[in-house]
Ligand binder design. Structure first.
Ligand SMILES: C[S@@+](CC[C@H](N)C(=O)[O-])C[C@H]1O[C@@H](n2cnc3c(N)ncnc32)[C@H](O)[C@@H]1O
Length: 260
């Protein structure tokens, strides 16, 4: 069984990171529409995690396969699926760098919130492309909030604090522009789809609680984590006046769809 950083934080993932139910459905509907009418279209969710998005495919009865190296994340997905009648989704514990599928198998591959934390992001994209049928859709998705929003400011400040504490705070994986650049330099055409927009209510306190359970952050030494969160809380109190007051901010889920 392979180990994943996400094993340790799987139980907390949905508590702090769930999307409004209609957002997951909207993402599924947007990808469904992107593959056209084909009723038997086969979807792969690469790095599906707890099924935060995948659940909508399961609920709609799609031909859907989830892969993830984290047994704990998939166990959460399985537990949610057991509440439904029928066989449930096919959940495969595997590394996206070496997918256990033949070339040309899928009509669409979804990769959501995986590449930013993945050093081997190019390998993941190559594998995703390999298992797509000719004309299939490679959909890389992420939630996007305002650049000066609460979460963005908290992230930036935390990054400075961690650097000050001697931790390399750079994200190991790809930014959105890196992925779009990869698609284009590999001969792909990109279609951008805003799958969902909603009013989010982030607060500094919610960020602090959520970040404490983040996979990469949780892997740091306990003393470093505690000191970083203490300094961030102190900064947030001054910057925002309160840790609790949520701001209403426009958030969106955007799919960059690569077409070949
Ligand atoms: C932040 S979660 C996102 C889960 C899901 N896509 C979502 O948006 O709710 C990232 C997931 O990527 C998975 N992951 C990390 N490295 C991976 C790899 N090499 N291949 C496949 N999945 C990977 C993690 O185990 C984790 O479940």
């Amino acid at each position: 069984m392979s180990h994943s950083d996400f094993d340790a934080t799987a139980d907390e993932f949905d508590r702090f990171r769930a999307f409004p139910a209609e957002v997951s459905t909207a993402i599924r509907n947007a990808l469904r529409a992107a593959v056209g009418d084909s009723p038997g279209a086969l979807f792969l969710d690469l790095g599906a995690g707890t099924g935060r998005i995948g659940e909508a495919f399961v609920a709609a009865g799609d031909a859907y396969i989830a892969i993830d190296p984290s047994a704990a994340m998939l166990a959460r997905f399985a537990a949610k699926s057991r509440r439904r009648a029928g066989l449930g989704p096919l959940l495969v514990q595997a590394d996206g760098q070496s997918l256990p599928f033949l070339a040309g198998t899928f009509d669409a591959v979804l990769i959501a919130h995986v590449l930013g934390g993945a050093r081997a992001w190019q390998k993941l994209l190559c594998e995703a492309r390999r298992v797509l049928r000719p004309g299939g859709r490679l959909a890389v998705g992420q939630r996007i909030g305002p650049q000066d929003g609460v979460d963005a400011q908290m992230r930036q400040q935390l990054s400075m604090i961690l650097t000050d504490l001697g931790v390399d705070a750079t994200r190991p994986g790809a930014r959105r522009d890196d992925v779009r650049g990869w698609m284009q330099s590999n001969g792909g055409r990109i279609e951008e789809i805003v799958a969902a927009r909603w009013a989010a209510m982030p607060s500094p306190r919610a960020f602090l609680a959520r970040h404490a359970t983040g996979a990469r952050f949780a892997a740091l030494m306990r003393s470093t984590r505690e000191e970083a969160l203490r300094r961030l809380e102190e900064w947030a109190l001054t910057a925002f006046g309160s840790l609790n007051t949520p701001r209403v901010e426009p958030h969106a889920f955007v799919l960059d769809i690569g077409l070949w």
